[in-house]
Design a protein around this ligand. Structure first.
Ligand code: TA6
Length: 300
């Protein structure tokens, strides 16, 4: 199907003064959302939220200036959807295939409260070896906050569906050296930089002076990113998620990523909500589950 017809299909979902469709980076289709309090951008490529900004604040999400915007590559920044596995996998794309596929935009709604809601559906997996049939929906609601909800249903007649999922959110910060993260004290985590050794978070507020790559487990509470440089606190609330991943690539890994600027680690931190590792999920035929993340911010 030629991209033009994709664009024409998307245009059907435009809403005057709320939703417009245009060609984005790399010629990929881009959905632009405007509300009275904020703006947002979503690419059907990966159903990838690449931007969210309240009118009176700096952008909430980080986007790499070196990101690829092309089929077969994930967008670097914003909110990559990790499904159906987290992390590397031999002979398969890291973090699963969902962020590499073009999702179908099923519905757009301008709510009476002034919010805008987009609903996407992951097309059935093209590769036969992707395992049991699943239906995956993703709903993005834009207003004074950004809400994202990932729903997974096992539509296979007989096989169980086992998967990991994560909203791999990149937050924009003014200066990583002054940022701190609160809400994880006492939570056990897998330290990916130490052979996934199990450790316990001892500090009230996590600071950054080198690469950090931790998968916190058994944690369902809110996490806050305190950013004195941008004079704001970003709050990550979630439901249906038992894992929180905290990541900053720091210098060496930044230089090793071709789609990430060498110095960009200073302006971002990932706080990712999902169900990974011990918290992978298994759905029986007919069962479904959903995970919701609400991002908000306040001045300090
Ligand atoms: O969520 C942290 C992490 O798993 C890191 O280990 C790093 O690999 C990051 O994700 C980025 O992964 P990506 O496949 O998007 O380059």
């Amino acid at each position: 199907m030629t991209p033009g017809t994709h664009l024409e299909q998307l245009q059907r979902h435009a809403i005057p003064n709320r939703i417009s469709i245009e060609r984005g980076h790399g010629g990929l289709d881009k959905i632009i959302v405007r509300t009275d309090q904020s703006t947002a951008e979503v690419y059907p490529h990966g159903a990838h939220v690449t931007g969210f900004q309240k009118h009176d604040e700096p952008a909430l999400l980080f986007m790499s200036r070196s990101s690829w915007f092309e089929p077969g590559h994930p967008i670097r920044g914003g909110v990559p959807i990790v499904f159906p596995w987290f992390g590397p996998r031999e002979g398969a794309p890291a973090h699963g295939y969902a962020r590499l596929m073009r999702w179908d935009l099923c519905e757009t709604t301008a709510t009476p409260e002034g919010h805008v809601r987009l609903r996407f559906k992951l097309p059935p997996s093209t590769a036969k070896n992707e395992g049991p049939e699943a239906q995956v929906h993703y709903e993005v609601t834009v207003g004074n906050t950004l809400t994202m909800e990932l729903g997974v249903a096992n539509t296979d007649a007989s096989a169980p569906l086992t998967f990991e999922s994560c909203l791999h959110t990149y937050f924009a910060v003014g200066d990583i050296n002054t940022v701190s993260i609160r809400g994880l004290k006492g939570v056990s985590y897998l330290d990916r930089l130490d052979g996934s050794a199990r450790k316990v978070e001892v500090s009230d507020s996590i600071r950054f002076n080198s690469e950090v790559d931790r998968t916190y487990q058994d944690t369902t509470g809110p996490v806050e990113i305190r950013d004195p440089s941008l004079q704001r606190i970003v709050r990550v609330e979630k439901s249906g998620s038992h894992s929180t991943v905290v990541w900053n690539p720091w210098v060496a890994k930044s230089r090793a990523m071709p789609d990430f600027g060498d110095e960009e680690y200073q302006r971002m931190v990932c706080v990712e909500s999902g169900n990974v590792a011990d918290h992978h999920l298994t759905l029986k035929p007919g069962q479904s589950t959903s995970m919701k993340v609400v991002l908000s911010s306040r001045s300090i």
